[in-house]
Design a protein around this ligand. Structure first.
Ligand code: FEO
Ligand code: CA
Ligand code: CA
Length: 669
């Protein structure tokens, strides 16, 4: 068995200064979920608890592996699964996007590129808020490519811009004293972008100045819809109706609806609101909204970010937003019916009877997985009336949270110190109703409270604490639901929940991928079975598992984040590991989920130093990924850049969308 070699300049990866901007230092704060939900281990029999102990013991192997040199860590070449005819990219720490032999890559669009004919070219040293509002935003995360014609030549590329990294955006940035212009540039660099792109025969994507091009920022008006819209909990002095919000913040993953709109999850919104301490409100603490001054100091420049002045403003973020990119004049909405949490994503599936189901994860340590079932049914067709109707589907329905109820069938213990083979870490579960319209199913909470303080509602019904639920996607052929559980280094710490079956490792640095099958394959089912398909990390470590596949032939992977499928039904996974695998760069991986090569995970590409791979779109001619925060490593800044990607020389790094294709081939042959 080969061990992943240690890099000569082993870096621990991203450090606190960068985490601050990214997620408000989420990993360095206390876990917001202090609820005393029954531990999963208390819910199942003793056999399960013992089994968790086996995995804890296996973690000794990880520590031993970390210092092990020798070997290449490269998956061996062998016959390819359908659709995956590439040799895996080797783990590396290059300041480049590395792709398989025979493929071509090109940057589609970079932070600062103009989206309108009258927008200025990007000028790093002379940025303005007015220019940024007409240019591609910072830190693209989610991406969607929506064909606008039958052959897919004209597409709308829609991306999120999750957060700003001010020390990397401005030379000489003083975090204690940001200027108004810097703050307004940051507002304009958040949000979403819509840009038309033309696809050439070979797959190349070329941005166009089109009437569809649009920037959504931290100040664009949004309409609050659904059962909590108009609630007193959502009213502010600027919006006494509780229905109109300025902006969307920290948009992470998203989804494309069957009716052609974009969903986007507002994730670490907590970090933008200052002076929480003045309110001493446990409902704020439960969302990680604490302290006085924020990292970016926006509260100095707009009172709505100062909770002491506008205590409800933070209640207006943390939703799934929906945008119709084909109507540049439309007002995007925030759907309160899907609850308020650190939404990683929302992906919609249509049930056999036409109702729609949306899955969403709450990306924080020990948080939950949610499901929404609409009351109304989807209307077919591309007419404006159909789309208008379908855009109301996520406003009326029932919101559920997942409770994993244990081991079915009971597992055996082999005492080997290795993870069990396929089917051992599996079990059953149920969706527990939280609210439907104005009806609350949570004792002591009104429906409005359930929608606005959803985490507290889920605590009360004993939802299962998971290892950072990230992206969730339904397999296009089987209906099986795939959820990336990114990592959770707090699992098993004193006072924290220990290993459970769906989260089987303490100090979980590398995460796992869970398969969830609704009972009878029915999207509307309220019961499910589940198993772990991947338990990630260095395949040489005994506590990793790749669906039972020969681990000497798989690529190392840490911290699965976004998931997508290709037309063959292969699962593609992007990683956000911050160098957790001996300092290697993040990447995009593909793995068959069925057949003889189930579990044969291969790295398709890796991204530059300090970057995260995000928002993969696996098309027939082209694969796109967002390269988020290149150069975001400890000690780096605009005064001392750690990456010069994509422009090279001594340039500043720029978050960008990259397209990869293979001349003369459809992806996957
Ligand atoms: Fe923004 Fe859950 O990653
Ligand atoms: Ca993510
Ligand atoms: Ca991410």
């Amino acid at each position: 068995m080969l061990h992943l070699p240690l890099l000569p300049n082993h870096s621990a990866g991203r450090a606190a200064v960068t985490c601050k901007y990214r997620c408000g230092d989420a990993c360095f704060h206390d876990v917001p979920n202090t609820s005393d939900n029954p531990y999963f281990g208390d819910l199942v029999d003793r056999r399960t608890a013992i089994k968790a102990g086996v995995v804890v013991a296996a973690l000794g192997g990880v520590a031993a592996t970390a210092g092990c040199a020798g070997g290449t860590g490269v998956a061996a070449a062998e016959p390819h699964a359908a659709g995956l005819d590439f040799d895996p990219v080797a783990p590396n720490a290059l300041d480049a996007v590395v792709i398989p032999e025979g493929y071509t890559q090109e940057v589609v669009i970079r932070w600062g590129d103009p989206l309108f004919a009258d927008a200025p070219e990007f000028d790093f040293d002379h940025q303005t808020a007015a220019a940024q509002a007409r240019q591609f935003g910072y830190n693209c995360d989610f991406a969607a490519l929506l064909p606008q014609d039958a052959v897919g030549r004209t597409n709308l590329l829609v991306t999120n811009h999750e957060y700003t990294g001010e020390p990397f955006m401005f030379r000489g940035y003083d975090p204690e004293n940001p200027t108004r212009e810097q703050v307004e540039i940051a507002w304009a660099a958040h949000g979403l972008s819509v840009v038309q792109v033309q696809q050439a025969h070979n797959g190349r994507l070329t941005p166009q100045f089109s009437r569809y091009n649009r920037r959504i920022t931290a100040t664009t008006p949004f309409r609050l819809t659904g059962p909590a819209a108009g609630s007193d909990l959502l009213k502010t002095s600027a919006d006494p109706t509780g229905t109109l919000v300025l902006g969307t913040l920290n948009n992470c993953a998203g989804g494309v609806t069957p009716w052609g709109t974009i969903l986007s999850g507002e994730e670490n919104f907590n970090q933008y609101f200052g002076n929480a301490e003045a309110l001493a409100d446990p409902r704020l603490t439960r969302y990680g909204i604490t302290g006085t001054a924020t990292t970016r100091k926006w509260e100095r420049f707009d009172a709505r970010f100062d909770l002491a002045q506008e205590p409800n403003e933070a209640n207006r973020f943390g939703y799934v937003v929906e945008l119709d990119p084909t109507d540049p004049d439309s007002t995007p909405v925030k759907h309160t019916a899907l609850g308020r949490l650190k939404h990683e994503c929302a992906n919609v599936r249509v049930a056999d009877d036409g109702r729609v189901v949306a899955y969403s994860g709450d990306d924080e340590r020990f948080e939950y997985i949610y499901k929404f079932i609409s009351t109304g049914k989807v209307r077919k067709g591309n007419s404006k009336a159909a789309r208008r109707h379908n855009m109301t589907l996520l406003d009326d329905g029932t919101l559920y949270v997942a409770r994993f109820t244990g081991d079915s069938p009971p597992a055996e213990i082999d005492g080997s110190g290795k993870l069990p083979s396929d089917g051992r870490f599996d079990g059953a579960g149920e969706w527990v109703a939280l609210a439907a319209g104005d009806r609350s199913f949570v004792p002591g909470m009104t429906a409005e409270e359930v929608y606005v303080f959803t985490r507290l509602a889920a605590d009360k019904v004993g939802a299962t604490k998971m290892d950072r639920p990230e992206d969730i996607q339904t397999h296009p052929h089987t209906g099986v639901v795939y959820c990336a559980l990114s990592n959770n280094v707090d699992r098993g710490k004193p006072g924290k929940e220990g290993a459970t079956e769906p989260n089987p490792r303490v100090n979980n640095k590398h995460g796992q991928v869970l398969e969830l099958t609704e009972r009878g394959g029915d999207a509307l089912a309220l019961a499910f079975s589940w198993n772990l398909m991947l338990v990630c990390g260095d395949p040489a470590s005994p506590d990793t598992y790749f669906a039972g596949y020969d681990k000497s032939r798989v690529s190392p992977i840490s911290s699965p984040d976004n998931v997508a499928f290709d037309r063959h039904g292969n699962l593609w996974i992007s990683s956000d590991s911050a160098g957790a695998l001996n300092g290697y760069n993040d990447g995009l991986y593909a793995v068959p989920v069925s057949g003889a090569r189930r579990g044969h995970l291969k790295a398709f590409l890796t991204v530059p130093r300090g970057a995260e791979t995000c928002g993969p779109v696996i098309g027939e001619r082209v694969i796109t990924v967002c390269v988020q925060h290149p150069g975001e490593v400890d000690g780096a800044s605009a005064d001392n850049p750690a990456s010069h990607w994509p422009d090279g020389g001594d340039s500043q790094p720029r978050p960008s969308v990259v397209a990869v294709w293979r001349e003369g081939h459809r992806i996957g042959g």
